[in-house]
Design a protein around this ligand. Structure first.
Ligand SMILES: [Zn+2]
Ligand SMILES: [Zn+2]
Length: 921
């Protein structure tokens, strides 16, 4: 038999085979098109997973959505590029390799910088990119030929170019700044990497003696150890209580240092005593106040958060040990005047969980305002569009309040900052090429900055650097701006916002002088085309079946690979798509995946039926370019109502699905395809054409062959419709339809169905609704009457509409077969009042059947039923009287048993009275 599918649908074997085929045949490679090319372009960037990453449900959702959109565009004939790659993930990767070293009893310092970086590259070679292999299993149709890594030479050069240009534009500067310092990771971390937690803590009140008087000023703090670095006490100028102390000084307890009383808004008269201590080196607000008043910055801690020589007798202590000692000493010397319970918002390092220390350090910054201004403009003007649209405002609010971006990280793994410090004159030389001497004094004593760039710095550039920037490549010309970005909310600020800032900055060509009137237009055009992507779709979270967030601590994390192994990738993808309503979190329940595995099974079995019919009737599908290129159902002959109806429905569904995908309503697309494929196509259409497929008319192109051709045409088109959501099973069956010699290498290259208005036939749809309604009504009536399936019954039908009557008459055969009817009699009066008849707006129907009951058999059945219930009742009652059982069994078990006993009592009574009714012996 030519068209053979294995009897059982086994996704595992099919899926790995096609995943390999797609990749090996380079089917998803988007070649750089030559000049003059006119096809529509659709391009998008895969949010690069960390090279250390493992696939989780969030990726699975993200990639399923991207792949649906990408396959859909590709099938619509667009030149489609989906660009994959991995991120070097500075801190995550460095920690992974450091952990490995620790297990060998070594540290990165033992190796030294060069050797350590070599070690990371080895690690990456061995383990990195596992996540891309997992992606292959999902069927992600990325362009594997263009895979990049953010530390590739060309990308690293582009990063350096961006850094140098920003520096030349005076948008990068070095400065002392209060940063979030993680003493464990030994690096500055961004605000976004700090997780805040409300915890119970203490507020300590400390009094500072005023110099030259017997007065004290009381201040409050949650971190008393930082007082060692105080350089002022602030009061509010409007605060009357302190008016007489303006211009005076206090003595800093424990350190015996005189510090000024300053007037600053930092002090709020409404809060506490209205006086605050000022520690510019250890608090971001105090830092700003310190700048306003030219206060010294006294840093009392080192990079591990141990107190340093500036902390006098406390030097060498860990910050928490120091806190204890400081409090003891303050108390002993009479400076501690109160301790109150206080809820603290404690910032912890997202990665290590260590309490973050605000710390003064020398860092590199991007002056963000000019970049942010443009990034705000393009979103306000709608040049970038967000879905769901509430993210637009979330984005804008964040951009309006943005701070300069601290881009340096005290790590070894990453893009090392291209700046060299002169050992002689201290000048900083920033350069594209590694310099050999100081740019100011010419000294050869120069050393490169040891910090690397924040990982998000390089990933912010990817939309253009991955296409060849700074070269003016043809790829950039064709694929930039990318069409779409699909990502999660969690990286909206880390990544999405920064890509917009960098894209709009570096992809905006310098303005050329223009004649009056032309400038603004060309400026707008350039601005519109500087964006990294035109659309942003923010997807939801995948939660567990109980809508709980998945987390390792809760132990409710679902591994997508496990779900795939159990139910198949197609079913897993379908589950996510069917639930992916924009803006709604997904409660992932594997039971649903099982349901969609059954859907795949249904399609499989329908395909097997089709292949059996093709082989029996000698029908083949010619692999002509016409059948591959069609956007509809090709080679379909409308001979009957069901033909006209299914063709009309197919076109309606195709129209709906295309519209849904335009607006990322994945759930509506998936559910509509499901209802069509299973409900209308398999359950109705195939059933209705079976008699035609079996007809014995002779000759070429006989009724059976025409019906079979129709079935094949429709199956082909329906597979194409489903393909973006379930790529594997559709590929498998599609190849089998063409007997392994399809017109194209893959269904992924075939045309996506579009609605053809000419094939929409609303009359046939109305008629089919009546027919289905009639058949379902008869089936239900028969079920109520408990009529054996094999027994055919006559029906009576009343309708006042001649049109409906003729539909029923023309489809007598279908009604008879589908509803086990042996004769249809039309009557002239309504059957609405007749008991057991069904009344609808367009017809009434009555199943003519006299209930015949075999009394002897029924009596026998009832007798057995009575015995069974009697036994169950006695056993239940005796358990309920058993004291030991009652004492040991859980309450819900006892309650369940009581309920069961009560139900059995009722059933027993009913059985007894039924026997009496029938006059049973
Ligand atoms: Zn940390
Ligand atoms: Zn120099």
């Amino acid at each position: 038999m030519p068209h053979e599918l294995p009897k059982a649908y086994e996704p595992g074997a099919i899926e790995t085979r096609w995943a390999d085929y797609w990749k090996n045949e380079k089917l998803f490679h988007a070649p750089t098109p030559p000049e003059g090319h006119v096809r529509n372009v659709f391009s998008l960037l895969l949010p690069p997973p960390n090279v250390t990453g493992r696939l989780h449900m969030g990726h699975m959702l993200n990639q399923t959505e991207m792949d649906i959109i990408v396959r859909w565009h590709r099938m619509r004939g667009d030149l489609t590029l989906w660009l994959p790659g991995t991120d070097h993930a500075g801190i995550a990767t460095q920690m992974m390799v450091e952990r490995q070293l620790r297990s060998e009893g070594k540290s990165r310092r033992d190796l030294g910088r060069e050797a350590f970086i070599q070690r990371v590259w080895c690690w990456r070679k061995q383990y990195g990119g596992a996540i891309l292999d997992q992606m292959k299993r999902l069927g992600a149709s990325v362009d594997w030929q263009r895979e990049y890594f953010t530390m590739d030479d060309n990308l690293s050069r582009a990063v350096r170019e961006v850094f140098v240009r920003l520096y030349e534009q005076e948008l990068i500067y070095r400065g002392k700044y209060i940063v979030n310092w993680c003493p464990d990771c030994g690096t500055a971390i961004s605000d976004l990497e700090v997780k805040h937690e409300e915890v119970p803590g203490k507020l300590y009140e400390i009094r500072y003696p005023v110099v030259g008087s017997k007065e004290f000023i009381t201040v409050a703090t949650t971190r008393p150890e930082t007082m060692l670095g105080d350089t002022a006490v602030a009061v509010n100028a409007k605060d009357e209580r302190y008016a007489h102390l303006h211009g005076k000084k206090v003595v800093l307890p424990l350190m015996n240092r005189e510090i000024p009383i300053i007037l600053d808004e930092l002090a709020n008269p409404e809060f506490g005593t209205g006086a605050v201590k000022v520690t510019p080196a250890h608090d971001p607000n105090d830092f700003q106040a310190g700048l306003r008043h030219n206060l010294p910055q006294i840093d009392v801690m080192d990079e591990r958060a141990h107190l340093n020589e500036n902390a006098g007798p406390y030097a060498g202590l860990d910050r928490f040990a120091a806190r204890k000692r400081v409090l003891e000493d303050l108390e002993a010397q009479g400076f501690l005047v109160g301790t109150k319970d206080y809820t603290i918002s404690l910032g912890k390092c997202d990665r290590s969980g260590t309490v973050v220390e605000p710390r003064l350090s020398e860092q590199w910054f991007v002056k963000i305002e000019p970049l942010a201004k443009r990034a705000i403009e393009v979103v306000e003007k709608g040049y970038i569009h967000f879905t769901p649209d509430n993210y637009k405002q979330i984005y804008l609010n964040w951009m309006y309040n943005i701070h300069d971006w601290c881009i340096s990280r005290q790590l070894w793994w990453g893009h090392r900052i291209p700046a060299w410090r002169c050992g002689d004159c201290k000048e900083i030389t920033v350069a594209r090429e590694t310099p050999t001497k100081c740019s100011k004094c010419g000294s050869a004593q120069i050393e490169q900055e040891s910090d690397v760039l924040d990982t998000w710095f390089s990933s912010a550039l990817l939309p253009f650097t991955s296409l060849g920037w700074p070269e003016g490549t043809r790829d950039l010309e064709v694929f930039y701006p990318t069409s779409l970005l699909i990502t999660g909310f969690d990286i909206l600020f880390f990544w999405v916002a920064r890509m917009i800032m960098m894209g709009c900055w570096f992809m905006m060509p310098p303005e050329k002088p223009m004649r009056a009137g032309e400038k603004s237009k060309s400026h707008e055009e350039a601005l519109r085309n500087s964006v990294p992507f035109r659309e942003v779709y923010i997807h939801a979270l995948v939660r567990d079946a109980e809508r709980q967030k998945m987390s390792k601590t809760k132990g409710n994390v679902l591994d997508p690979i496990e779900v795939i192994e159990k139910y198949g990738t197609d079913a897993t993808r379908f589950t996510l798509a069917a639930m992916a309503a924009p803006g709604t979190d997904i409660a992932f329940n594997p039971n649903r995946t099982e349901g969609y595995r059954n859907f795949a099974n249904k399609i499989w079995n329908a395909a097997r039926f089709m292949f059996m019919s093709m082989d029996r009737l000698g029908v083949t599908r010619a692999p002509s370019p016409a059948t591959a290129g069609t956007t509809g159902v090709s080679g379909f002959t409308t001979a009957t109502l069901e033909d006209r109806w299914i063709l009309s429905r197919f076109n309606g569904v195709a129209g709906y699905v295309n519209e849904a995908l335009e607006t990322y309503r994945f759930h509506e697309a998936a559910n509509r395809i499901y209802d069509f494929f299973w409900g209308e196509f398999c359950d109705w259409y195939i059933e209705l054409i079976k008699p035609r497929l079996m007809s014995e008319e002779a000759g070429r192109q006989n009724a059976a062959q025409i019906a079979c051709n129709n079935l094949v045409s429709l199956f082909d088109a329906s597979l194409r419709l489903l393909h973006p959501v379930m790529p594997f099973i559709t590929e498998e069956i599609w190849h089998a339809i063409y007997d392994g010699k399809p017109p194209l290498q893959s269904i992924a290259m075939a045309a996506y169905p579009q609605a053809d208005q000419k094939q929409i036939d609303l009359e046939s749809e109305t008629h089919m609704v009546v027919l289905q309604d009639l058949i379902v009504s008869i089936r239900n009536l028969r079920a109520e009457l408990k009529i054996e399936p094999k027994l055919k019954t006559p029906i009576q039908v009343y309708t006042h509409e001649p049109e409906i009557r003729s539909v029923i008459e023309q489809n007598r055969g279908a009604i008879e077969r589908q509803a086990s009817v042996e004769q249809i009699n039309f009557v002239e009066t309504s059957l609405a009042k007749l008991p057991g008849a069904r009344h609808t707006a367009r017809f009434d129907v009555h199943v003519v059947y006299e209930q015949k009951i075999d009394i002897a058999a029924e009596c026998e059945r009832l007798k057995k039923e009575q015995e069974r219930l009697g036994k169950a009742l006695t056993s239940g009652q005796s358990r309920l009287e058993n004291e030991t059982f009652l004492a040991k069994a859980p309450t819900d078990v006892v309650e369940g048993l009581r309920k069961q006993v009560r139900e059995n009592e009722v059933l027993l009574e009913k059985t007894i009275s039924k026997r009496k009714e029938l006059g049973c012996p």
